[in-house]
Design a binder for this molecule. Sequence first.
Ligand code: PRX
Length: 655
Amino acid sequence: MTEQSGQSPALDNLSTESRVFPPDPAFTGAANVREGAYAEAEADREAFWAEQARRLTWDAEWSQVLDWSGAPFAKWFVGGKLNVAVNCVDRHVEAGNGDRVAIHWVGEPGDTRDITYAQLKVEVSKTANALASLGLVAGDRVAIQMPMVPEAIFSMLACARLGLVHSVVFGGFSAAALRSRIDDAEARVLITTDGQYRRGAPAPMKDGTDEATAHTPSIEKVVVVRRTGSDVQWTEGRDVWWHDLVDGQPEEHTPESFDAEHPLFILYTSGTTGKPKGIQHTSGGYLTQAAYTHHAVFDLKPETDVYWCTADIGWITGHTYIVYGPLANGATQVVYEGTPNTPHEGRHWEIIQQHRVSIYYTAPTLIRTFMKWGADIPEKYDLSSLRVLGSVGEPINPEAWVWYREHIGRGTAPIVDTWWQTETGAIMISPLPGVTKTKPGSAQRALPGISAKVVDDNGVEVAHGGGGYLVLDKPWPSMLRGIWGDPERFRDTYWSRYAEQGFYFAGDGAKYDADGDIWLLGRVDDVMNVSGHRISTTEVESALVSHPTVAEAAVVGAADETTGQGIVAFVILRGTAKADDSTVKVLRDHVAAEIGPIAKPRQVLVVNELPKTRSGKIMRRLLRDVAENREVGDTTTLADSTVMDLISSGLKDSA
Ligand code: PRX
């Protein structure tokens, strides 16, 4: 097994995959995008994006499509003005589609709520009036930590309407993680809920946010949605119930126009250091690419389709493909609050059957879980409404791809394997349904108007059949505009590796096949991908060494059949600490408390030594070999070549 395929076992069979699925001519005839779009966009990229920007309603026309003179800090649609929330809500009502359902919301315990565009306009306007009444003004930051309830979407859109910058923090993140994100962005308000439903039972939410906000000097108000009705601690003067604040607000709100480059949101993501990066996105370019890609990649027909993206709004997929893209396009969508196996393993298929979902967008880790649960479960439901299937978050292994097509897509629905990142803001590489001959496991080709290349160490594009690093060699409308408060880190992280060529370095390994299609091979840096969630090895290492019993820690992402990668930690304990099961449990729980349950190591292995180079760098490659039960690779660069024997024999003894 090679180093790269070792990062994700799911990719073992990539090199031998040769199946091709041509589009159905009937689909092609009615598809939103034609093959010619690639050449058209290539001929004049800026004209292409200007045409896409006209999907939106602008209050003032731009004077320049792209200003790249301050590269790598881009400006798109310079001088243009718009209101993002008006584009996602009001204009659909004005166009006569107020009665169209925007959101079929499905709560985990079975409660439901259908929200039309006209109702959404009322809810967003009331929420905007409420936030304005707290004294928030354009440019202020608002933190949001909420489960998948409608108020989370109202909050994001109300922020957009007022020009407030939202920073959504995934509900599964710990109090410590929330606190550091609030502090970094100096958020003035936090919006949260009393509790959340998890696997059929109410779980706390405000307890965690209280722990965070006990130490966040910037927070003035905490707005709390009543979701589970559970008891909560209350800080008078700071905490306010959503229903007390929002319910009595006027249903009308006059929106203001904002500059195309007005910041829309910050979303934190893991990098190669312990400190998460606040990725900054702005308004006009972001919404243009969100709307275009949602239209093109999912072939959305807003009058007839029912769309469902299973992501959480705490991640970029939820921002772009639940909130901004679909709503900008006037789509009808399902938003589901809970877990896929509550109350039973057919929950998703039941929802698809009930709402006649036609476009379904999910993650490979979930597809592999469905495979494990068995094909007989989806077979019990009528999935005939499905016509496009999407995948995102990590490389999809060909077997999962084919299973998805056969058992969920009835062997006919095209699959779009979409590659993109928090930083790219929207989809960059993906097949187009009805256009592309799809290949299981490959994201294939940069979208019209987007340019991606696979290059070697020197930035030279590799030949067909060759492998290297994925770069984006041309600016794109929804590109990140920076890292909050840290322009240097922005340059260093993404633009220094290929500074001479001016390429954006994505951090992913990739290869071209003989046809020049792109296959993604996983991260090439110290970022792990666990169930499609980005977690840095350093972040988990810092959490481990913050525990008093740990002297040193090294963390690797090891191949995992279901989650893509699993977190395996090697720790050296201090002095008298015992290497037993209870220590291991304490350490796993400690990481969950420090970062969140998604970062809990699958395994913690206590060792006496760690393999290091002469310059003191931990050789994770060798630890990954151990974690994946492989023969340990080349150890010649180790400072002490006996270390690996010690680790291996120590682990055998303790097994
Ligand atoms: O490694 C790539 C992987 O997920 C990373 C981006 O993670 P995040 O910013 O959390 O955004 C995830 C959702 C857009 C990428 O650097 N990744 C995402 N989609 C794919 C993928 N790897 C392979 N194929 C994909 N379709």
